[in-house]
Design a protein. Structure first.
Length: 403
């Protein structure tokens, strides 16, 4: 099971600094992807089925993902989803190819037909033909990405005698994931996409949707070059560990977890409610600002140096037998200087004094989030595929390991 985070451009994460911190942490602890939401406009006042209050901050997906690309290195960047019939396909092809280029080939292209009729009306786009537009716009985008001399003629868009650079780095194109729970969305996913994305589905609703998808599969020819259909689902809030296994039993490949808070104040309010509950139970609750700087550099320097020293007596043949993560850490340590080591050791001494004060004063640390997902059964890392990153995935442990 892979895990992603949904909402990297929404609410509190519409603040660039917050989004960058969340994305870097997600990458460090082993999440495989971050996902944007999209609504160009929202009904005011909010009426069903509008998902958000009209003044919810919501960054443009391409802009947000390009920004996140500059602050991360490996995590996939997903549109979850782009409302395709609302977009000019030529402009969107350029924007998302650019995201794929600046990210080094990390884009996941999630699309959907949309469901908010007031949004379509405000944009001057007919709601009734949104499915046909979605299919045609996707074909037009793929023509721009695939063909050496792009050409397309359809009911809603036509072009010839043009070119559009850059093309995406990923070939033949970034993976396409179709969102939606209608027969049309299922057909679109099976005929044209690498994956299907279901949003806000608990286990039973996921089971129902996947059964519907399976029934459509029997009537739709899937091109062999697309390979198996990858299933991604965002569960509702309140996911339990046992639910993950139930989703896996259904054949789900990725769970994209909601991180949505409308703003930093809402996130703080959630923490404060938990603190109030501890106070009701008789605990003395005290708010503490950060009492020391991030010790990651000191911790990694000392750990890498220790690995280099420990493995220095091994022969080349013996080192080839080592876990790749341990060997990578030793190589990092071999490149460090004595000044690097002494600087890290001084930082550890200073941190030890601060942590001693902290432990004498407090019994429990209550924070807004857990910094690492559950590890797969039998695994030593949050993401076994990132085997070279032995210790970078658990930053919350550094102050304790150092002191």
């Amino acid at each position: 099971m892979k895990f992603g985070l949904y909402g990297i451009n929404v609410g509190a994460c519409a603040d660039p600094a917050t989004a960058a911190r969340v994305a870097r942490l997600a990458e460090r602890v082993g999440f495989d992807s971050v996902w944007t939401g999209e609504h160009v406009v929202l009904p005011d006042p909010q009426v069903p089925p509008s998902p958000l209050p009209p003044r919810t901050a919501l960054l443009d997906p391409a802009v947000a993902l390009a920004f996140i690309a500059a602050h991360t290195q490996t995590i996939r960047l997903a549109t979850g989803i782009i409302i395709l019939p609302q977009r000019n396909p030529l402009v969107l092809a350029k924007e998302l190819a650019s995201v794929d280029v600046v990210s080094g080939g990390r884009l996941l292209f999630g699309i959907g037909a949309g469901y908010l009729e007031p949004e379509f009306s405000a944009l001057g786009i007919p709601f009734a033909n949104r499915g046909a537009r979605t299919d045609e716009y996707l074909d037009a985008i793929l023509a721009l990405w695939h063909e050496p001399s792009p050409r397309y003629k359809g009911r809603f868009v036509a072009f010839a005698g043009i070119d559009a650079e850059p093309r995406p780095i990923q070939r033949p194109h970034p993976p396409i994931h179709v969102g939606g729970q209608s027969p049309g969305a299922y057909r679109r996913a099976l005929r044209r996409a690498n994956g299907w994305y279901g949003f806000a589905l608990d286990v039973e609703n996921a089971r129902r949707c996947l059964a519907d998808l399976s029934s459509v599969r029997g009537r739709v020819a899937r091109p062999a070059e697309l390979g198996p259909l990858e299933i991604t689902i965002t569960p509702p809030p309140g996911l339990r560990p046992e639910d993950v296994a139930r989703y896996a039993d259904l054949g789900v490949h990725r769970l994209v977890l909601l991180i949505f808070a409308r703003d930093a104040a809402e996130l703080l309010a959630q923490v404060e409610r938990a603190a109030e509950r501890f106070a009701e139970l008789g605990a003395t609750v005290e708010t503490v600002e950060r009492v020391f700087d991030d010790p990651a550099r000191a911790w990694l320097t000392l750990w890498w140096s220790g690995a280099a020293k420990a493995l220095s007596v091994f022969s080349a043949v013996e080192r080839q037998r080592l876990d790749p993560g341990l060997e990578a850490a030793a190589q990092q340590g071999a490149r460090l200087s004595a000044v690097d080591y002494v600087t890290a050791d001084v930082a550890r001494s200073a941190l030890s004094l601060e942590m001693a004060k902290f432990h004498r004063r407090f019994d429990l640390l209550l924070t807004p989030s857990v910094a690492v997902p559950a590890l797969p059964t039998g695994a030593l890392l949050a993401d076994p595929a990132r085997e070279r990153e032995w210790i970078e995935w658990a930053p919350f442990s550094y102050p304790f390991n150092l002191t």
